[in-house]
Design a protein. Structure first.
Length: 203
């Protein structure tokens, strides 16, 4: 059964965001103790999906601000610096948010174009779909966006659409939207490999 979708917002976005925030405020004092275990898990699933959707909205807004060059108007040396200062992001966060926003912007189709090229799969489309459905969280999407930036300039369209070849598995490309947890985990959580001491002479 297909999901009934509301028409896209054609006017100002601020009232829509304000309405969403107002609804979320109602959950601040929600009586969560009334839920059974299954309901608790279902609500948690829905909340994480909501976070992913919200991050997708943020990325669209970042891309729009980037297109308008608001950083220059604000006197910032770059869009990355503007994001870092205004939203108190770490430099790496600001960089990857900007990379992801630009990637997702390239995945959107131009409604004014109906030619064959516009109907072709677009770079980052799988990542955008993953965020909007909650299948990919923003940290994974940031890693994918950064990886695509590292691809060589002559990489094929197919390679870019699928997210690039996996360096750890030569000749194998990941499925669209597939993320290897080992490649997107928090680097701080990884234990360093212990090096074996060199054998002593004469031992």
């Amino acid at each position: 059964m297909s999901e009934a979708l509301e028409p896209p917002v054609a006017g100002p976005v601020v009232p829509v965001l304000a309405a969403v925030c107002s609804q979320l405020d109602r959950l601040r004092a929600a009586e969560l103790w009334r839920h059974d275990d299954a309901e608790t898990v279902a609500v948690l699933d829905a909340a994480y999906t909501l976070i992913a959707k919200a991050q997708a909205v943020v990325m669209r807004l970042v891309a729009d601000a980037d297109r308008r060059d608001v950083a220059t108007d604000a006197g910032a040396p770059s869009m990355q610096a503007w994001l870092k200062a205004r939203y108190r992001l770490r430099p790496s966060e600001a960089k990857r948010d900007l990379e992801l926003a630009r990637l997702l912007a390239r995945s959107e189709k131009d409604p004014c174009r109906v030619d064959t090229e516009d109907r072709a799969p677009r770079e980052g489309a799988a990542v955008a779909d993953g965020l909007w459905t909650g299948a990919v969280h923003v940290d994974q999407a940031r890693v994918i966006g950064h990886a695509l930036q590292e691809l060589p300039a002559d990489a094929s369209v197919e390679c870019r659409v699928q997210g690039g070849a996996d360096p750890g598995r030569p000749g194998r490309r990941p499925r669209p939207g597939h993320v290897d947890p080992a490649r997107t985990s928090d680097p701080g959580s990884r234990r360093p490999r212990r090096r074996r001491p060199a054998p002593r002479e004469g031992a």
